[in-house]
Design a binder for this molecule. Structure first.
Ligand SMILES: Nc1ncnc2c1ncn2[C@@H]1O[C@H](COP(=O)(O)OP(=O)(O)OP(=O)(O)O)[C@@H](O)[C@H]1O
Length: 333
């Protein structure tokens, strides 16, 4: 659906050059919900704006449904953008227009007659569960409702791709969950490919099938969410997976490991048995369970005994039990 091939983007501001993207390559397949995650200023928005040529790459090529965007003229690009919808953190609604008229707006611009536009708008307001608000103005709506209007407006153009730029960043956790659930429904119902820019690993874990981690303009890592979560390789990915863990400082003194449990892991009390077998104790620094793509996935960070031989024995024991075990050496600096 989308191929990003060796894309770089450099902004020139007075005498300064900002390399916002450096040689990024990524394939997004039809029906994926692809998360693009990274710290502030990493280049996420620039990357997504390159997907509909709101920003032209300095180098590299972007293909959407096989079309090289650099070969399209202005009219063809406008045509393409009708199928590549975008929603934003600040909703971008027209404040002087009712909810219904907001949803009708892009259809009117595209020359759809008023009656057809209204019918379609009502259909999509139903999908986002806002039929009762069609006469309201944006100022009378909550943040979550405003984002639902923006989603209905995007859907009315029959997009094949929906780009979401921090679409839930301004919303509280409960509203965020409901908007993410709506996006997932839309992905399943209409087969729309969704690209989500976010700072939050929780958003990625909640709905994304795939994730790309952008670090200082470079693609640090990408893959399925389950794979990146189970064995993050890059430093940027590790930082995101362990986000919120306050115990990192304690990890400096000794060898630490991270164990990942999935539905395939055995139900035997593996840590207790390991302690009995190796006759040494461990500290549990962190343990939690998360829902990743509908599968309960647990992670645990253990601080191993100081003696290397015993620590090695413990790691071997866990691997024998087919658990994913990773030493956190490079994270513990
Ligand atoms: N139009 C522009 N002109 C100059 N520099 C820009 C422009 N747009 C982005 N940049 C710079 O490019 C870098 C990447 O910015 P970008 O907005 O893509 O990051 P981001 O990961 O989306 O950040 P955030 O999460 O804070 O929105 C930053 O250093 C930013 O200052």
């Amino acid at each position: 659906m989308i191929r990003i091939a060796g894309v770089s983007k450099t902004f020139s501001v007075k005498d300064n050059k900002v390399e916002a993207l450096k040689n990024v390559s990524l394939d997004i397949a039809k029906g994926d919900i692809y998360g693009i995650i990274g710290m502030s200023g990493a280049g996420k928005s620039t990357l997504v704006r390159c997907l509909n040529f709101l920003e032209r790459p300095t180098e590299g090529t972007v293909y959407v449904e096989g079309q090289d965007l650099s070969t399209l003229d202005a009219k063809q690009l406008r045509q393409l953008r009708k199928h590549v919808a975008m929603i934003f953190q600040n909703f971008n609604l027209l404040m002087q227009r009712t909810v219904l008229d907001n949803v009708c707006f892009p259809m009117e611009i595209a020359g759809v007659d008023k009656k057809t536009a209204r019918e379609k708008a009502r259909e999509f307001l139903k999908v986002v569960e806002l039929s009762d608000k069609e006469k309201a103005y944006p100022a009378q709506l909550s943040g979550g409702q405003k984002q639902r209007v923006a989603i209905a407006r995007a859907l009315a153009m029959n997009p094949t791709i929906l780009l979401c730029d921090e679409a839930t960043s301004a919303l509280d956790p409960t509203t965020t969950k409901s908007i993410l659930a709506l996006l997932k429904d839309i992905n399943e119902k209409y087969g729309i490919t969704i690209v989500i820019i976010t700072h939050s690993m929780e958003v990625v874990q909640e709905i994304c099938t795939h994730v790309a981690i952008i670090d200082a303009g470079e693609l640090a890592e990408n893959g399925t969410v389950a794979d990146v979560f189970a064995s993050p390789k890059s430093r940027a990915a590790k930082k995101l997976v362990f986000q919120g863990d306050q115990k990192v400082a304690i990890m400096k003194s000794r060898r630490c490991i991270r164990i990942v449990f999935t539905k395939n892991s055995s139900f035997e009390p593996v840590i207790a048995n390991m302690v009995l077998e190796c006759r040494a104790s461990v500290n549990i620094l962190m343990a939690d369970t998360q829902d990743i793509g509908g599968i309960a996935t647990g992670q645990m960070i253990l601080q191993l005994p100081e003696e290397n031989q015993t620590a090695d024995k413990m790691i071997a024991y866990l691997r024998e039990k087919n658990l994913t075990v990773e030493e956190l050496k490079d994270y513990v600096e």
